[in-house]
Design a protein around this ligand. Structure first.
Ligand code: TMP
Length: 208
C-alpha cells in the first residue's frame, strides 16, 4: 500500500510546524504511520543546505541561486526521506515544500513559475503532494507570532519587509485558486483545535 503526501504552506508565523505535529497525532490515532518532515531540510544533506540558505547577509544569495539551492535540498529530501516513506505506506506531512519556492523565489522573488517547476522536474521528478494546505493568517499577525518565537534570530526570509510577505501570501492564494484539486485554504488565525479540525476535514477524501 502506498502512503500519502501532504504539504503545509503559508507565510511566516502561520503555525505550520505546530499543525504538522497535531495533524500527525490525529492521523496516528487513526492507525496510520506518519512521518513529519520539513523544508528546507528533512535529510542530512538538505539540513546542511538549510544552514546556507537561512543564515548570513540578505544579499548572500540571489533569487536564482536560492531557487537552485532549494531545488537541490528538495531533491535530496525527496530521494532520502519522502519517497522511501511514501513507498513504505506512510503518510508524509511536510512543513513547506515546492510551493514555498514558487511563492518566495518565484512570484515574490521575480523568477518564472515555469523555471521553478522545471528545476523541480529535474531535481525531484516533479513529485507533487496529494494535498497542499495553505494556512492563512494576516501578515501582521504572522510577523508578530514569528517575532515572539524567534526574537532577534529571524532568518534571511523572515527579515524581509511586509511588501515581500504580502506578495508571498498573494502567491499561495493564486496557486490555490488555479489548482483547486490539490490545494485547500485554511483560516489559521483562529484557535489551534479548529485549525487541526479543518485540516482533517480537508483530508476526508483521502482518508481510508
Ligand atoms: P521556516 O523553517 O521558518 O519555515 O523557514 C524557512 C524559510 O525559508 C521561510 O522563510 C520560507 C523560506 N523558503 C523559501 O524561500 N523557499 C523554499 O522553497 C522553502 C522550502 C522555504
Amino acid at each position: 500500500m502506498s502512503g500519502r503526501f501532504i504539504s503545509l504552506e503559508g507565510g511566516e508565523g502561520a503555525g505550520k510546524s505546530t499543525q504538522a505535529r497535531r495533524l500527525a497525532e490525529a492521523l496516528r490515532s487513526r492507525g496510520l504511520a506518519v512521518v513529519v518532515t520539513r523544508e528546507p531540510g528533512g535529510s542530512e544533506g538538505a539540513e546542511a543546505i538549510r544552514a546556507l540558505l537561512l543564515h548570513g547577509a540578505q544579499n548572500r544569495w540571489s533569487a536564482r541561486s536560492e531557487a537552485l539551492l532549494f531545488a537541490a535540498a528538495r531533491a535530496d529530501h525527496v530521494e532520502k526521506t519522502i519517497r522511501p516513506a511514501i513507498d513504505s505506506g506512510a503518510w508524509v506531512i511536510c512543513d513547506r515544500y515546492l510551493d514555498s519556492s514558487r511563492a518566495y523565489q518565484g512570484l515574490a522573488g521575480g523568477i518564472d513559475d515555469a523555471a521553478i517547476l522545471a528545476l523541480h522536474g529535474f531535481g525531484s521528478h516533479g513529485l507533487l503532494p496529494d494535498r497542499t494546505f495553505v494556512l492563512e493568517v494576516p501578515v501582521e499577525q504572522g510577523r508578530a507570532r514569528a517575532e515572539s518565537r524567534d526574537g532577534a534570530a529571524a532568518d534571511r526570509f523572515a527579515a524581509r519587509g511586509d511588501a515581500f510577505h504580502a506578495d508571498v501570501a498573494a502567491a499561495f492564494r493564486r496557486f490555490a485558486t488555479r489548482e483547486p484539486a490539490r490545494f485547500r485554504v485554511i483560516d489559521a488565525a483562529t484557535d489551534p483545535d479548529s485549525v487541526t479540525r479543518a485540516l482533517l476535514a480537508g483530508l476526508a477524501d483521502l482518508l481510508p
